[in-house]
Design a binder for this molecule. Sequence first.
Ligand SMILES: [Zn+2]
Ligand SMILES: [Zn+2]
Length: 228
Amino acid sequence: MEIKPISSSSKGNGYLLSDSQTTVLIECGISLKELKRKTNFVVPGDIVACLCTHFHNDHSKSLKDILNAGVDCYALKEVFEVKGINNHHRAKCIENEKRFDIGTFNIMPLKMYHDVPCVGFLIRSSYTNEKLLFATDTYMIKYAINGLDYIMIEANYDIDLVEDNAQKERLIKSHMSIETTIDYLKSIDLKNIKKIYLMHLSSRHSNEDDFKKRVQATTGKQVVVCKE
Ligand SMILES: [Zn+2]
Ligand SMILES: [Zn+2]
């Protein structure tokens, strides 16, 4: 699998995933123009589908444009409702734990814990036989998933860097702290892991180098911090 982070922050998220047979976009929180500029992709054509975790704009900004450009988009029904997308033939409603296929990818939506309905994805390629977990905008992951090859996981904040109490309260119920991220990684079997991607770092409440070092030290794996 090839993973290409295009953008990763509360300003906009977008990640490309390819197994050389199928290429999908995960999250469409950047404009179609920016996506084309940053990837040199032709849309549709180069991307067969888009997976969107939830309706917050930093994950769904260009959903309508991408649908209208002729790309199938997969998301919870709430996402299409909030975006005012009714009966678009390319809008595909997904549900927690109901698998579906896109080309050579088999995808299982996983329940996430955010302040609005949100899913993560367990994606398996039948071509490379590799497995990826994608989990963001959640304060916890309830699934113990072993045998993964890649992990893309949120590491939003370090509680010690959050000063405002109201903000603290909001964050602990909606986003993943670096402590929770590390605890989760420690709880699963990392034997086959080739790379860990840290996503959605808060600009104010995170420290990129520190997060990377801590995850590397705990897991012994290669760690990539996804940036803008
Ligand atoms: Zn977000
Ligand atoms: Zn969100």
